[in-house]
Design a protein around this ligand. Structure first.
Ligand code: 5AD
Length: 348
């Protein structure tokens, strides 16, 4: 594949927003700055220069799952567990609203402590303010997703992590790939804005598998795609694996933007953790969303999905100031809209 061929692929995708698997593989292997810049151009055409902010509340780090890569896995006895009360969650949402956030993301391990009724009460209380709610609380039944939606939840995040069934089932004991897909389909059919995504750099994952992931995002009509880069956590079975490749993850972000020009793509915390200014690089390669953790340090330091997470020692004012300072020179600004996925009427 020559530079010229890459250029041709990029010209074609800017016009029709489709790529076949071999083209995605080529771009994942060797797409350079041309790829990243093309993604940034498309992002500007479809979404302008605005960055959507989300207030993230990691309300419980208890988890009944044993995913091989995650520090919150049930078998990690060293994790210091916490669980916020209903009132604490609602008051953090109030704080987010008062600080101007238009979306709150409620995320946790898969914690069976909270009942669906309790979640519904929390959602109804938060919804007294005009704020969008994104849930990220794992696999539930159709009926449960339906109740949560009726209570007022707007969006749901559930990464597929990898679309390779064998790899998925290897790293997610006692979980099934089919059920993961079922959840995503249920969420879509219930009218949620649905976010999914993958972990880049899992041991055994190939470039072909990442290309399949990207094609999957398009096939299921995702509204949001979060791509994280794998960071080994010492107290997990993958603790001795090497970290994922930041540049590969960045190319995956860019390619996702090329074929899904108007969706929401966060510049994930993992990208900033593994590379200084990684968040900014993602925002310049197609990403358009930033999630800021608004909880106190006490909680942030305990939500150890992976070690040394970026931002855990900063307070909200510091995080906001740093973000503003970093995006100003590149001509981006923070949006004051809810930042829903507005399906563009530009030809896709
Ligand atoms: N490195 C990077 N990302 C991780 N996640 C879990 N463990 C790790 C890790 N070790 C991601 C998963 C999950 C999200 C909340 O965090 O993709 O969906």
């Amino acid at each position: 594949m020559t530079k010229k061929m890459i250029k041709n692929i990029l010209q074609q995708v800017e016009a029709n927003h489709t790529l076949d698997k071999s083209e995605i593989i080529s771009l994942l292997r060797i797409g350079g700055n041309e790829l990243l810049n093309a993604a940034n151009d498309i992002r500007k055409t479809y979404l302008g220069n605005e960055i959507y902010l989300r207030a993230l509340v990691e309300f419980s780090n208890y988890c009944c799952r044993t995913c091989y890569y995650c520090g919150l896995r049930a078998e990690n006895k060293n994790a210091q567990r916490y669980r916020m009360t209903e009132d604490e969650i609602v008051s953090l949402a109030e704080k987010a609203y008062n600080r101007g956030f238009k979306t709150i993301v409620l995320q946790s391990g898969e914690d069976l402590h909270y009942s669906i009724d309790e979640y519904c009460r929390i959602i109804e209380k938060i919804k007294k303010n005009d704020i969008a709610i994104t849930l990220s609380i794992g696999e539930k039944s159709f009926g449960e997703y339906k109740q949560l939606k009726s209570a007022g939840a707007d969006r749901y995040l559930l990464r597929i992590e990898t679309t390779n069934k064998d790899l998925y089932e290897k790293y997610h004991p006692n979980m099934s790939y089919e059920n993961r897909l079922r959840c995503l389909e249920d969420l879509k059919s219930l009218g949620y804005e649905v976010g999914t995504g993958s972990l880049i750099g899992l041991e055994g994952q190939t470039i072909e598998m990442i290309a399949d992931d990207i094609m999957f995002f398009k096939r299921i009509n995702a509204d949001m795609i979060g791509l994280g880069v794998f960071i080994p956590h010492p107290q997990t079975p993958l603790g001795q694996s090497s970290a994922g490749d930041f540049d590969l993850a960045l190319r995956a972000v860019a390619i996702t933007r090329l074929i899904l020009p108007d969706i929401n793509i966060p510049a994930t915390t993992a990208m900033e953790t593994i590379r200084k200014n990684g968040r900014l690089a993602a925002l310049l390669s197609g990403a358009n969303v930033v999630m800021l953790n608004i909880a106190d340090e006490f909680y942030k330091t305990k939500y150890n999905i992976y070690p040394d997470k970026s931002g855990i020692n900063q307070n909200l004012d510091e995080m906001l100031a740093e973000l503003e300072t970093s995006i100003k020179p590149i001509g981006y600004k923070i949006s004051d809209s809810k930042g829903s996925h507005l399906v563009s009427n530009k030809k896709t």
